[in-house]
Write a protein that binds this ligand. Structure first.
Ligand SMILES: [Cu+2]
Length: 455
């Protein structure tokens, strides 16, 4: 038993030692049990949904992945770990000073014992390199901890299907876009909150849609609770600052400007108030689509996805409210990479879905502020790639991965031919461990001629 023996955990260590002796004795005779755990959990290791996980093996947690272990304060807790997959794993809960032996080989097992001294929400995980990041992590909740996450925080994530109807074949007209800048708390990751700056309460901001030749009035009202001036620079606008030169709006005020959409394309807009990178990092970006004359080709599904980076003073996935880090931003060292504003937006909060045989279109933009994306959908190719958001030239065909610059966007289309889960990634894949992923679920019949699992 490789318990990390801090003095405060002496009792725990003694219990653990007693446990080891008990186990050793059991081989030769009746087990001399010198402690009695108040609660026992059995976990096994395995793979679920493409992640490494712990499974609950018995009792209330049976069948759950990375089950939350709930124990009364003061309880003596035993955790048994069974190797279910043949790789090497262990179980650690550093807040209780415990780390198990490694379980090597399928069926190997070990156990740890500790006393859950203090109310709270703690982590357990596997300490093998990369295993925690790959999914082997769960919570130990002792007693009735202060409800850290009890305060309901409305999601900050933009629904990827929140897209206005296509323009189609209509003639030019006048349109109105209303933006409202709001600074508000949002959930950045499970149990992690952050004070975002938003257009219309969500990240990214609203998807704006018009056609070439349209004139548009853009009105921006900055909420009276804001602490900052905010503005908007639209890359679809021809004119000083993309509008930002006349749109620096103090809290509680409203400004507007009018522009004519001279060029078709899929464009980014963002706040352009100093320090601009900070306003973008905090969530102030969105997309504006200027459709070409006659509209876009017909597709069955459209999705609105934007990548951004977040810079927090605290390490990745620190519980509670996290603060912006200017140093990390200036050094371009993001703590998080996210799609649609938060970790899990497109894997848990919203479900992107299509049916076999349908054609999917993704408007993909990078708010940044700094990192380019190597956009890729695992298990698919882009049948048509409108490079750099160019909707005039013929699209590129059958492309695997495309580079999208900060302040840039692309449009991709592909038919989905086989059911399953297709993962949207930035193929700089370390970023997946910083939160970046999205799922496209495809439902329908399997076609063995396209894909067929072997034995
Ligand atoms: Cu701003």
């Amino acid at each position: 038993m490789k318990s990390l023996m801090k003095p405060t955990f002496l009792l725990v260590a003694m219990l653990a030692l007693a446990h080891v002796c008990g186990r050793a004795a059991a081989k030769d005779g009746p087990e001399d049990v010198t402690y009695r755990p108040d609660v026992t959990f059995t976990l096994s290791t395995g793979i679920a949904e493409g992640k490494l996980v712990f499974f609950g093996e018995a009792g209330d947690i049976k069948g759950q992945t990375n089950p939350t272990l709930r124990v009364p304060a003061g309880a003596v807790v035993q955790v048994n770990l069974v190797n279910g997959d043949g790789a090497i794993h262990d179980f650690a809960a550093p807040d209780f000073g415990v780390k198990s032996d490694q379980v090597v080989g399928k069926g190997a097992s070990t156990s740890v014992v500790f006393r859950a001294e203090k109310d709270g929400d703690y982590f357990y995980f596997c300490t093998l390199p990369g295993h925690r990041a790959a999914g082997m992590e769960g919570h130990i909740i002792v007693g009735a901890p202060e409800k850290q996450a009890a305060e309901a925080v409305e999601t900050i994530s933009r629904d990827p299907t929140d897209i206005p109807a296509e323009v189609g074949g209509r003639g030019p007209q006048h349109v109105e876009f209303k933006l409202h800048t709001v600074e508000r708390k949002g959930e950045l990751a499970d149990g992690t909150t952050y004070r975002y700056w938003t257009f219309n309460n969500r990240v990214p901001g609203p998807f704006l849609r018009l056609r070439v030749g349209d004139t548009a009035t853009v009105t921006l009202s900055n909420d009276k609770t804001s602490t900052m001036i905010h503005s908007v620079d639209m890359h679809a606008v021809t004119g000083p600052g993309g509008g930002a030169s006349v749109m620096q709006v103090p809290p509680g005020q409203t400004r507007s400007f009018e522009f004519k959409a001279l060029k078709p394309g899929i464009f980014i807009y963002h706040c352009a108030t100093p320090m601009v990178a900070q306003h973008i990092a905090n969530g102030m970006y969105g997309m504006i689509l200027v459709e070409p004359e006659g509209g876009l080709p017909k597709v069955d599904r459209e999705f609105y996805v934007m990548q951004g980076e977040m810079y927090t003073a605290e390490p990745f996935h620190t519980q509670g409210e996290n603060e912006f880090s200017l140093d990390k931003m200036l050094e371009e060292q993001p703590t998080y990479y996210v799609l649609n504003g938060a970790v899990g937006s497109l894997t848990e909060t919203y479900r992107m879905q299509a049916k076999v045989g349908e054609t999917v279109r993704i408007f993909f933009g990078v708010g940044g502020p700094n990192a380019s994306s190597s956009f890729h959908v695992i298990g698919e190719m882009f049948d048509r790639l409108y490079r750099e958001g160019d909707l005039v030239s013929a699209p590129a065909r059958d492309v695997q991965t495309t580079t999208v610059a900060p302040g840039g966007a692309t449009m991709v289309e592909f038919k989905v031919e086989y059911p399953g889960k297709y993962i949207l990634v930035d193929h700089a894949l370390s970023r997946m461990e910083h939160g970046l992923a999205g799922f496209l679920w495809v439902e329908g019949d399997k076609d063995d001629s396209i894909f067929k699992p072997g034995q």
